[in-house]
Design a protein around this ligand. Sequence first.
Ligand SMILES: Nc1ncnc2c1ncn2[C@@H]1O[C@H](COP(=O)(O)OP(=O)(O)OP(=O)(O)O)[C@@H](O)[C@H]1O
Ligand SMILES: [Mg+2]
Length: 304
Amino acid sequence: MVRALPTPRDLSGTPTIRSLIGLSRASQGRLGQRRPKGAFRAPILPLLASISIAKARKSQYASADASGYPKNGELVARGPGSPDMIQLFHVYKTFAKEVEALVDINLQIEKGEFVFLVGPSGAGKTTLLRLIFHDELPTSGQILVNGRNVVKLPGRSLPSLRRSIGVVFQDFKLLRDRSIADNLSLVYRVHGTPSAVGKRKVANVLKMVGLSHKAQMMPYRLSGGEQQRAAIARALMSDPLLLLADEPTGDLDADLAADVMRLLGEINMRGTTIVVATHDTSLVGDSGRRTILLKGGRVVEDRP
Ligand SMILES: Nc1ncnc2c1ncn2[C@@H]1O[C@H](COP(=O)(O)OP(=O)(O)OP(=O)(O)O)[C@@H](O)[C@H]1O
Ligand SMILES: [Mg+2]
């Protein structure tokens, strides 16, 4: 298995949010310190993006020819400024040389879409999300997020990619030893945002998810649904273009699940592209949302 960055772990043994919020390996020991003047910041990325998209196009078609994949007549790589948020081309992911988690996935998800990724346990939903935010690399194939080829992304650009993607995963829980507000504050501190601006942001996102009154509480004093909304609030701290949610309603009863889905719908209405992986088909129901069905690592249905 190839990992882009080792996932740092907190004392409780669960992955910390540091990896999710784009904290680089070098800066993980400097939490809370100010970013030195002249240190790397995101704006260099448009330049890197244009280079990586050029390489992406070249390698995509080069590898397609060399490996004998049939050329895909429908999907064409489109760079920064395109209407696509996510593009996958002939993506395969094999674990331990024999588990074929994903097989020849070709997908385009446009900016502003709200997409359900459904399928039975083991279908490959989580793996697909992990590939999109570069927690794993595909065994082969190309993945573009907002026009940038994440497979070929240089390590120094990873923090910025992760900042543009909000992630709500079941195993990335809130840190248990600090309040909800402090969990969120960590995000702006890592980003080097001035404290006054960061505090305003914390207040805004907590208001958006309806948790202003719980800001100073420790996570264990919140209900499952509230904790999930706090996790969504944390993901919103970076103003992500894309929000990936893996079983966001997994532990919740039907009413709380509906609340969380309503919140995700509101976030989508504000322009954020959303991909929700779930095996709970009742969530999808007659939502009218695009639904991609995975089975055995393959897309078997893509219903608009
Ligand atoms: N790190 C890993 N090492 C080895 N195999 C893995 C790893 N991660 C996933 N797999 C395998 O890849 C396949 C797809 O797993 P994945 O977690 O993506 O499924 P899923 O659709 O999210 O399932 P669930 O609904 O149970 O969460 C499974 O066979 C799983 O065992
Ligand atoms: Mg899963």
